[in-house]
Every structure is written in structure tokens, then in C-alpha cells.
Design a protein around this ligand. Structure first.
Ligand code: NAP
Ligand code: MG
Length: 453
């Protein structure tokens, strides 16, 4: 049996070997999921809800173990990894309230009764990237199960361990066999098969825009339902009238969290020209202060990149002679380390400014006025997140309405709260996850007319 060796990116040591699944094994999981769906959707709403709550509690009881696995396979600082395990618990708990609330409508018609049902779409293929293996798994899994769907998940080959453990915890919590399965393996094999297999009725994909486009084309073959959460190149827009101390103090974490491997990373800082010098002076100590190092330490703020290939990719945006304005620290020795790096000034047609780097590299670019800021923020095929710093309420609202992205924050960098919708404009995605309506994306509306005459 072929296996993949999971590598700890902070030490370059092997963690464990995981099977690399074949097309036949993927088909077997899909067929099991299709059989399980018949009984799962028939479970009374209150019982499905209770099972999801028990699943959430079981995850909570194993949160430290899950966090340690995430630190080992993805290099996430343990504090962040614990938050991620908590996110899985919270997302399961939030959507455990959905089964009894999956209401249709009654629509007035002559000669009868017209009602709608939200029917589960069936088997869901959930394709997950390596950057946030646990949260992203839960964002698809929880609403899908709540809707009465069964799930076959494919974790990224680099980070399968938490998903495999969460599937065991589901069984331990009483979720029936076949309702949630994890099939580790390659995207080109397992992921592609989920897209191509006719019994998979919906794909929830998170990953790069490039693979997302292929997945979308594959889904078209079967008119398969599809949610896409893709890349980003988000702007952090700082006006001169903002609280510059706070804007500068928080700008590093808005891009360097998870070593910049975050689809919401505010990787283009746009600063009103009149405040540029002051902002840069305030930014420097904030970047230098980031604690980069051993992810198993509680005070570590930034860990390594996921792989040697990712580090090479990131480093390619900072060639010799690149305009490095600020550079933080990173450990030497084994591990895929890269220091927090601020590039300025950067031409707006250079790859560092236009492409998603997915690493701890940010550009700082001045703008002249409000219209210029909005135009620069929108000058990208992406549209996922962004931040606006200003003390002028009217401007904050105008700019928030003008920036074409799915998730904006004003005078903060928060973007993902599981009870609010999350997703991208333009080439950052299709559909929304999380929030009060996410379950709808795993259902199809059925209209039934019952004659009374
Ligand atoms: P990726 O290369 O697109 O991979 C994502 C997932 O798709 C992995 O599980 C991958 O498997 C699988 N895959 C690869 N080829 C496939 C195919 N032909 N058919 C079906 N599945 C396939 O992305 P990544 O490099 O792991 O992750 C980084 C990207 O994800 C960034 O662009 C980032 O912005 C984006 N992202 C977006 C969000 C969001 O919510 N918008 C959140 C997180 C990340 P293997 O890895 O095993 O090959
Ligand atoms: Mg990839």
C-alpha cells in the first residue's frame, strides 16, 4: 500500500505515514456514503441535532490532542492550534441547532396547499487545503451533516492527521458509520474522483483559484452543486485620520498570522501618502516584535511555512535586490522558516503586489485619496477580505461599500466568525460558508402542491 510521510515543518522530522488512497478506495467510500445518507436523512431532526452536539463535545474533550496534531503536521503555534480545535467544536455546536430549524415555506395558491422542503443534496465531497486543516473541514462538515447530507472529505496530502482523528471522534460520538469519512490521498486522484463521481452531488472546495477553476469545470459535467473558497490579495487601507498606532500595531498579525498562509491575509497595505512616513516608523517595531519560532511554545506567534516548496515559492517574491523595508527574525537550523518581510516601495505591476504570495511577505504602497484607495484595492482578480482604518464613519461606510470583497472589517482585522457569512467576490470564490444560511448550500428546494379540491 502506498503511503505518504507527514513531515513536521518546524523540525523536518517524519511524524507518521498515512495511506495514499486509490480511485477504487475513493469509490468505495462514496458508495458507503450514499448508502448511509438514506438512513442519516431519515433520523429525526432532534436526534440528528443531539448527535451533532455529542460530536462537538467529543471534539472538545480531545481538543488538546487535536491541537498537538495540528502543531505537528502544520507547524501552527499551539495557541492558534487550540483555537482551531475550539473552532471545530463551536461550528459543530452552532449547526447542531439547524436540523429542527430547516423549515420550508407555505405559499398561498388556489385549489390546494403549496409547501417547500429543503432536501439534502446527498453525498458531499469536501476538499480541504493544508493552511487551516481543522477549521475549513468543520465549515463544510457541520452544515452538511445538519442538512442530512453525508460527507466524504479529502484533506490536503500534507496535513491529513486532524481530519482522520476527527472522523474517529465522530464514530465515538455515535455518528453512524459512513456518514463522515476521510479519504487521505492526492488531489489529482481522490479530489478529482470526488469531482467526477456522479453519486457525489455537491463539492465544497477550498484551495487555490487555479485548482478551483478545474474543479468548477469538472462539476459542470454533472451540473454538480459547488461552493468555492479560493485565494485572495486583500488590502489593508489606512487613512491619515486613523488611529495610526493601532493600525500599525495590528497590521503585522493581519498578514503574518499562520505565517501568511491565510486566504484572508491583508497582504497589500495601502497607506494615505501624507501618513506614509509615520506609519512605516510605527510598523517597524511591530514587525520586529513578532515572536517567530518553536510552535510548541505557548508564546510563539508565528511558526514555519508548510513545506520547503512553499518556502521557495515565497522566497521567489523577494529576489536579491528586492526593496526590503523591514525584516523580522526567524530561527536558523531545520524547519521551513521565513522571516516576516515588508516590501516598499513596490511597483504595482510587480508579482509581489499582484499575486497571492501565501507567506509572510507584505507590500506597503501609498494612495492619494479615497477614490484612489478604492480603485487600488479593487485592482485585482481577487475579492476575499480587507480592512479599513479611519476615524471618519461616513468614509468607513463609503469605502466598505466600494471595495469589492466578501469580508471587510473597519478599525479591526477580524473576518471569520462562524456565525456570520464568509466567502469571496470575483475569483476568490463562489457561494458562502458559515453564518445562518450555510445549511441552505447543502440543500435543494423542493416545491410540493397538494390539491384540496
Ligand atoms: P490547492 O493546491 O488548490 O489544494 C487544495 C485542495 O485541493 C487540496 O486538498 C488538494 O489536494 C486538492 N486538489 C489538488 N488538485 C485537485 C484536483 N485536480 N481535483 C480536486 N482536488 C484537488 O491549494 P493549497 O495550495 O493546498 O492551498 C492554498 C490555497 O488555498 C491558497 O490559494 C489560499 O488562498 C486558498 N485558501 C482559500 C480559503 C478561503 O476560504 N477562501 C481558505 C484557505 C485557503 P493535495 O494538496 O493533496 O494535492
Ligand atoms: Mg497546492
Amino acid at each position: 500500500m502506498a503511503t505518504h510521510t507527514v513531515i513536521n515543518p518546524a523540525t523536518e522530522q517524519a511524524v507518521t505515514d498515512v495511506p495514499v488512497s486509490t480511485v477504487e478506495q475513493t469509490d468505495a467510500a462514496i458508495e458507503r456514503a450514499a448508502r448511509a445518507q438514506v438512513s442519516w436523512r431519515a433520523i429525526a431532526p432532534g436526534d440528528r441535532a443531539r448527535l451533532l452536539r455529542r460530536f462537538a463535545e467529543t471534539v472538545d474533550q480531545h481538543a488538546d490532542e487535536l491541537a498537538a496534531l495540528e502543531t505537528a503536521e502544520a507547524g501552527h503555534p499551539v495557541g492558534a492550534a487550540q483555537w482551531e480545535a475550539g473552532q471545530v467544536r463551536d461550528v459543530l455546536m452552532y449547526y447542531s441547532a439547524a436540523p429542527e430549524r430547516l423549515s420550508g415555506r407555505q405559499i398561498p395558491v388556489p385549489g390546494g396547499l403549496d409547501v417547500t422542503f429543503k432536501e439534502p443534496v446527498g453525498v458531499v465531497g469536501l476538499i480541504v487545503p493544508w493552511n487551516f486543516p481543522m477549521p475549513i473541514l468543520s465549515w463544510g462538515l457541520a452544515p452538511a451533516l445538519a442538512a442530512g447530507c453525508t460527507v466524504v472529505a479529502k484533506p490536503a496530502e500534507l496535513t491529513p492527521l486532524t481530519a482522520l482523528r476527527i472522523a474517529e471522534l465522530a464514530l465515538a460520538a455515535g455518528i453512524p458509520d459512513g456518514v463522515f469519512q476521510v479519504v487521505p490521498g492526492k488531489g489529482s486522484v481522490v479530489g478529482q474522483r470526488l469531482v467526477d463521481h456522479p453519486a457525489v452531488r455537491k463539492i465544497a472546495f477550498t484551495g487555490s483559484s487555479e485548482v478551483g477553476r478545474q474543479v468548477m469545470a469538472g462539476c459542470a459535467e454533472h451540473v454538480k452543486r459547488l461552493t468555492l473558497e479560493l485565494g485572495g490579495k486583500s488590502a489593508n487601507i489606512v487613512f491619515a485620520d486613523a488611529d495610526l498606532d493601532r493600525a500599525a500595531a495590528t497590521a503585522p498579525s493581519a498578514v503574518f498570522d499562520n505565517a501568511g498562509q491565510d486566504c484572508c491575509a491583508r497582504s497589500r497595505i495601502l497607506v494615505e501618502a501624507t501618513a506614509l512616513d509615520k506609519f512605516m516608523a510605527l510598523l517597524e517595531p511591530a514587525v520586529q516584535a513578532i515572536l517567530v519560532g518553536d510552535p510548541s511554545r505557548a508564546d510563539t506567534e508565528m511558526g514555519p511555512l508548510i513545506s520547503a516548496a512553499q518556502r521557495e515559492h515565497v522566497a521567489s517574491y523577494v529576489p536579491d535586490g528586492a526593496p526590503v523595508a523591514i525584516r523580522g527574525s526567524a530561527p536558523g537550523g531545520p524547519g521551513f522558516w521565513y522571516p516576516p518581510t515588508v516590501l516598499a516601495p513596490v511597483p504595482t505591476d510587480s508579482p509581489a503586489y499582484t499575486e497571492e504570495i501565501f507567506g509572510p511577505v507584505v507590500t506597503v504602497t501609498p494612495f492619494s485619496d479615497e477614490a484612489d484607495a478604492i480603485a487600488m484595492a479593487n485592482d485585482t482578480p481577487y475579492g476575499l477580505s480587507g480592512s479599513i482604518w479611519t476615524s471618519n464613519v461616513g468614509r468607513a461606510i463609503r469605502v466598505a461599500r466600494g471595495v469589492e470583497t466578501g469580508n471587510l472589517s473597519v478599525n479591526s482585522h477580524s473576518s471569520v466568525r462562524y456565525w456570520t457569512p464568509f466567502g469571496g467576490f470575483k475569483q476568490s470564490g463562489l457561494g458562502r460558508e458559515l453564518g445562518p444560511d450555510a445549511v441552505d448550500a447543502f440543500t435543494d428546494v423542493k416545491n410540493v402542491f397538494i390539491a384540496t379540491d
